[in-house]
Design a protein around this ligand. Structure first.
Ligand SMILES: Nc1ncnc2c1ncn2[C@@H]1O[C@H](COP(=O)(O)OP(=O)(O)O)[C@@H](O)[C@H]1O
Ligand SMILES: [Mg+2]
Length: 586
């Protein structure tokens, strides 16, 4: 698994053939669209390439003594009609391509999102969120550009180059041959240019990504920056990155500033060559004009080709990064015969559980306990003792290395994760609120809850006391992850969210910390009520919160050092007693 994650950080190189094969697999699902598009493309290039031939016919007619106006008019009308048809083909082609391309990207975005959702928390924690966002948005956009633009443009440019040269050869073999030297020079220059520019582009992309990371971090942490008067330092750091980007951007412009005029110069030389040689080889006026027009048609794709190759490179890198992410196999998987369980009694047992986040760095050491259905069990211990870890193992955020965890005497590894998480209601210290209304945050967009049920849940946990005075009640919008609510109010909301989903097991991790005394009373009340819902596991710093628990487990460095109820533990005069004394004195 670790190898898989390394890939994400350093982004491992996949062989080009693998990238192309996997990219083609996506195209194959839209085969019809792409074949139609190729057909339209061929028609388009063909019609586009014959247009100078009309100019040639008209010019040859114009230099005659008795000009046939009728013939010229007919040619003009024909040419006009062909242009119209061609434009229509162009439109049709763009539509077909975009349709197929966007459908592929739609599916791809969904695939990536579902893939990320299925990863275990352990894997998720090791990936920078920014990098994941980029993969779902920008990289899929680059890949979409590949399907809807780059590939087709490259195909069009190459076929145009070949087609136009064949026609030029057909008009005058000798003139076409004498242009070969120029063509060779242009190709060499374009090749060197694309190499140089690729390097610059890569540096530019690194600068942009650097600035983006800096921005997203610092905008999110703006409050902290201002509180600590760090504006000047941050400004200077930003200045350095900004300057680096400006330099790279300017390098790009410098490179193009040399390349474009150079090609333009060669183009003009070849026009001069075309006229001089054309006359020498005895071409007609029409032939020389047609040749001149074909030259411009010939140089356009050459100039574009360097750009297109860069876009191709960019798109392939994007595909590679997307594949890198898709290659990370989700850690925790349901067994094929995992049990779907609708209702648990709520007995929880840890049997000699050993757990480490990494390697052999044991966070839990041989932890065993049993909690009977509907009992309340509290965990006490210093910060870092392993309380949160125990709770997150119950919902299988991580897998234990040794021992087993059982619910209703069934190993949790044999239970479907979805059943498990449905049965366990988690209330954590940091309440996460999504953007949306209070109602959405309680029901999590499950439309099957009636308004009465929502009101009842709010009332049950005392959340109605503050919701009812809001102008829009439960329809009030949550601003910026809950900035418009106090810590305690957010906590009450998370209680309501848990209660309405009717869990059989409740987990409460320091949910009562950092709360003003006024809301604390409300929270204490609702906690007492919630005990009757099901088995409850509580971590709380304030011992007053847990005094009435049926069982209190005291942890030290991942080991259980004491257990019993409040009275028994006080009698023991051990760690719990000391803790109690400490808080009591305060
Ligand atoms: N995601 C994680 N990755 C690695 N180590 C972790 C992770 N979460 C917690 N730890 C470590 O595990 C130990 C126990 O943490 P935790 O269970 O959160 O303690 P508590 O909740 O009792 O304060 C700590 O030493 C902590 O540094
Ligand atoms: Mg904790």
């Amino acid at each position: 698994m670790n190898d898989e994650l390394e890939k994400l950080k350093g982004d491992v190189k996949l062989p080009l053939s693998v990238i192309i094969r996997r990219t083609l697999k996506y195209i194959s699902s839209e085969k019809g669209g792409f074949i139609l598009s190729l057909f339209l493309l061929a028609l388009n290039v063909l019609l586009d390439s014959i247009s100078p031939l009309f100019t040639r016919a008209i010019t040859d007619e114009l230099v005659k003594d008795d000009i046939n106006i009728r013939l010229i008019m007919n040619i003009v009308i024909l040419s006009f009609l062909i242009t119209c048809i061609n434009q229509f083909f162009l439109y049709l082609n763009a539509r077909t391509l975009q349709n197929s391309g966007q459908r592929i990207i739609y599916r791809l975005r969904r695939e990536i999102f579902e893939h990320i959702e299925n990863m275990s928390l352990n894997q998720f924690n090791e990936m920078p969120v920014g990098s994941l966002v980029t993969r779902v948005t920008s990289y899929t956009a680059s890949m979409s550009d590949l399907f809807t633009g780059v590939l087709v443009r490259i195909l069009r440019d190459v076929t145009t180059l070949v087609g136009v040269y064949v026609i030029m050869f057909f008009i005058s073999p000798s003139l076409a041959t004498s242009l070969l030297g120029v063509v060779a020079v242009v190709f060499v220059i374009s090749y060197i240019f694309s190499k140089v520019v690729r390097g610059i582009f890569r540096k530019e992309r690194a600068c942009i990504s650097d600035i983006n990371t800096f921005l997203s971090e610092n905008l999110a942490g703006m409050k902290l920056t201002q509180v600590f008067n760090q504006e000047k330092t941050k400004e200077e750091q930003f200045l350095v990155k900004n300057e680096a980007l400006r330099k790279q951007r300017f390098n790009v412009i410098k490179a193009f500033g040399v390349y474009r005029p150079l090609i333009s110069f060669i183009y003009n030389c070849s026009i001069a060559l075309c006229f001089a040689q054309g006359i020498r080889f005895g071409l007609s006026a029409g032939e020389i004009v047609a040749f001149y027009l074909y030259l411009s048609k010939f140089f356009n794709p050459i100039q574009n080709l360097a750009d297109q190759l860069n876009a191709l490179q960019k798109a392939l890198t994007a595909s590679e990064r997307i594949f890198n992410l898709l290659d990370v196999k989700p850690d925790v998987l349901d067994k094929p015969d995992a049990l779907e369980i609708d209702h648990f009694e709520g007995k929880i047992e840890f049997r000699n559980v050993w757990f480490a986040y990494k390697d052999e760095n044991w966070i839990l050491k041989d932890v065993s306990f049993v909690i009977d259905p509907k009992q309340t069990c509290a965990f006490v211990g210093a910060t870092g003792a392993g309380k949160t870890t125990i709770l997150s193992l119950i919902v299988r955020n991580y897998e234990v290395q040794k021992g087993e965890i059982l619910i209703d005497d069934i190993n949790i590894n044999d239970i479907k994760i979805s059943s498990l998480r449905k049965a366990v209601g988690q209330m954590l210290q940091d309440v996460f609120l999504f953007s949306g209304t209070i109602k959405d945050n309680i029901t999590l967009h499950d439309e099957s809850f009636t308004m009465d049920e929502i009101k009842e849940a709010c009332h049950y946990v005392n959340a109605d006391s503050f919701i009812d005075v809001l102008p829009k009640g439960v329809e009030e919008e949550i601003i910026e992850k809950g900035e418009n609510l106090s810590q305690g109010q957010r906590q009450l909301l998370s209680f309501a969210r848990t209660v309405i989903h009717k869990p059989q097991i409740l987990i409460l991790d320091e949910a009562t910390a950092n709360i003003d005394t006024e809301t604390e009373v409300l929270i204490q009340e609702s906690l007492e009520k919630m005990k009757s819902i099901g088995t409850m596991l509580v971590v709380a710093h304030r011992l007053s919160t847990i005094q009435h628990a049926d069982q209190i487990i005291v942890l030290q460095n991942g080991e259980i050092v004491e257990r019993g109820n409040h009275q028994q533990l006080l009698k023991n005069r051990g760690y719990y007693y000391k803790l109690y004394q400490l808080q009591f004195d305060n």
